[in-house]
Design a binder for this molecule. Structure first.
Ligand SMILES: Nc1ncnc2c1ncn2[C@@H]1O[C@H](COP(=O)(O)OP(=O)(O)O)[C@@H](O)[C@H]1O
Ligand SMILES: CC(=O)OP(=O)(O)O
Ligand SMILES: [Mg+2]
Length: 400
C-alpha cells in the first residue's frame, strides 16, 4: 500500500511517501512560503537528487497539486500515476478530548477538527486545508488523521487539570492536552528496545526539543505528565515561545505597554524564547555559534534554555518517583551536543554518568550517551513522526 503522509503548517506542507509494507520511504519533500510569490518546493526521491522549484503557490490546494505533480514527474517522480496513492495520513496538532486515537476522516471528524480551531488557531486550520486539498485532488482516497494530543490522553486528572475554577473545564474544556504525542510515543517505544526492557516497566523522561519543545514523563508506556498545556505555549523555553511564566505578566504587560490581546499573544508565541533573550536567532545552531564567539546574550539564552529543561527533568523524576532513562529527540535534541552536555552534566544526583565522547558522536541511530553501568541512562533517539502516521494510516485503512 502506498501512503502519503502530510504535515501542514500555516505556510508550509511537509510530505513523505511510503511503501508501507516494507516501510520504505519513496520520496520526501516540503513546500514552504505558501501564499507568497516565491514559494519553494523541495523534493527528494529516495536515491535520487534533490529538486528545488520556486514559483507562486497560492494556497494549500495548489501546494498539494504541485506535490502530486512532482511525485508523478517524468524525471523526478516515483510513480507513474496518482492512482497509485492508496491513502493519505495527516498530522493534526489538536484533537481535544474527542480524539484519543487516530481515526478515518469523515464529515463528523472534520466538523470536530473545525470546532477545535479555537484551541489551536495556528495549527488546526492548515491541517484542515490539507485534508480539503486532498479531497479535491485525490477524490475517493481514504484519509486518516493522527493527533499530537492523542497519546497524552492517558494523563490523570491531577496532572491535566489547572487549579482554576472547575467551571472553566466543564464549559470550555480548559485543561492540559500536551503535544508532540506521536513523537513521545515513538521515541519511548524505541528507547525500550535499546534498553532491552519492557516499556511497561520503565520510567522515562522524553525531551522533544525542536522548534516547538516539550518533555513528558512516560510511566509504563503512558504519559503521566507533559510540559505543553492547553496550547503549545506552556512548558519549556523554545525558539520563539516563552514557555512557563507567571500568568500575571500578561495583564501587567498589556497594561504597561498598552498591548492588545493579539499583540501579547504574538509576543509570547513569536517574539520570545531564544530569539528574545539572545537578540540573534531562534535557531540553536546560531546561538551556540555566537556563544563560542563570546556573545554574552547568546550564552544567557543557552543557559536559560538548558536550566529550564533540567528543572523539568528533575520534576518529572520526582513525579514518577524514579527514572530509568532520559531521551533526547527532534532537531535540537538529536543534533546539539552542547545542549545535551549542559543538561546532563548537572544531573549527577539522578545517577547519570555522562559520556562526553559518546555525546559528540554523529549518528542517525538511537544510542547511549551515558557510560556503561550508569544507573540512569541517557539516550539520543531520532524521532519519526511520519512513520508512526503512516503505520496508523495503514492499520486504520486496512481494517475499514
Ligand atoms: N546541528 C544542530 N544544532 C543545534 N540545533 C539544531 C541543529 N540542527 C537543527 N537544529 C535545531 O532544530 C530546530 C528544528 O527542529 P525540528 O524538530 O526539525 O523542528 P520542527 O519539526 O518543529 O520544524 C531548528 O530550529 C534548529 O534550532
Ligand atoms: C505542537 C507544536 O509545537 O508543534 P511544532 O513543534 O511543530 O511547532
Ligand atoms: Mg516537529
Amino acid at each position: 500500500m502506498i501512503i502519503l503522509v502530510m504535515n501542514a503548517g500555516s505556510s508550509s506542507l511537509k510530505y513523505q511517501l511510503y511503501n508501507i509494507e516494507s516501510e520504505a520511504v519513496l520520496a520526501v519533500g516540503r513546500v514552504e512560503r505558501i501564499g507568497m510569490e516565491d514559494s519553494i518546493l523541495t523534493h527528494e526521491p529516495t536515491g535520487g537528487i534533490e529538486v528545488n522549484r520556486v514559483s507562486e503557490i497560492l494556497d494549500h490546494n495548489e501546494a498539494v497539486r504541485k506535490v502530486i505533480d512532482m511525485l508523478t514527474h517524468r524525471e523526478h517522480g516515483v510513480m507513474s500515476s496518482i492512482s497509485e496513492i492508496n491513502a493519505v495520513g495527516h498530522r493534526v496538532v489538536h484533537g481535544g478530548e474527542s480524539f484519543k486515537q487516530s481515526t478515518l476522516v469523515t464529515g463528523e471528524v472534520k466538523q470536530e477538527i473545525r470546532r477545535l480551531f479555537d484551541l489551536a488557531p495556528l495549527h488546526n486550520p492548515p491541517a484542515m486545508m490539507g485534508i480539503t486539498a486532498v479531497e479535491l485532488n485525490l477524490p475517493g482516497v481514504p484519509q486518516v488523521v493522527v493527533f499530537d494530543t492523542a497519546f497524552h490522553q492517558s494523563m490523570p486528572k491531577e496532572s491535566f487539570l489547572y487549579p482554576i475554577p472547575m467551571v472553566l473545564y466543564r464549559r470550555h474544556k480548559i485543561r492540559r492536552y500536551g503535544f508532540h504525542g506521536t513523537s513521545h510515543d515513538y521515541v519511548s517505544k524505541q528507547a525500550a528496545k535499546v534498553l532491552g526492557r519492557p516499556l511497561e516497566e520503565l520510567k522515562l523522561v522524553t525531551c522533544h526539543i525542536g522548534n516547538g519543545a516539550s518533555c513528558a514523563a512516560i510511566m509504563e508506556g503512558k504519559t503521566l505528565d507533559t510540559s505543553m498545556g492547553l496550547t503549545p505555549l506552556e512548558g519549556l523555553m523554545m525558539g520563539t515561545r516563552s514557555g512557563d511564566l507567571d500568568p500575571a505578566i500578561v495583564p501587567f504587560t498589556m497594561n504597561k505597554e498598552e498591548l492588545t490581546l493579539n499583540e501579547v499573544n504574538s509576543m509570547l508565541n513569536k517574539h520570545s524564547g531564544l530569539l528574545a533573550i539572545s537578540g540573534i536567532s531562534s535557531d540553536m545552531r546560531e546561538i551556540v555559534q555566537a556563544m563560542s564567539e563570546g556573545d554574552s546574550h547568546a550564552k544567557l539564552a543557552f543557559d536559560m534554555y538548558t536550566y529550564r529543561l533540567r528543572k523539568y527533568i528533575g520534576a518529572y523524576a520526582a513525579a514518577m518517583d524514579g527514572i530509568d532513562a532520559i531521551i533526547f529527540t527532534a532537531g535540537v535534541g538529536e543534533n546539539s551536543w552542547p545542549v545535551r552536555k549542559a543538561v546532563c552534566e548537572k544531573l549527577t544526583f539522578l545517577g547519570i554518568e555522562f559520556d562526553e565522547e559518546r555525546n559528540m558522536e554523529k549518528s542517525k541511530e538511537a544510542r547511549y550517551i551515558t557510560k556503561d553501568g550508569s544507573r540512569t541512562s541517557v539516550l539520543v533517539v531520532p524521532t519519526n513522526e511520519e512513520l508512526l502516521i503512516a503505520r496508523d494510516t495503514f492499520e486504520i485503512v486496512k481494517s475499514s
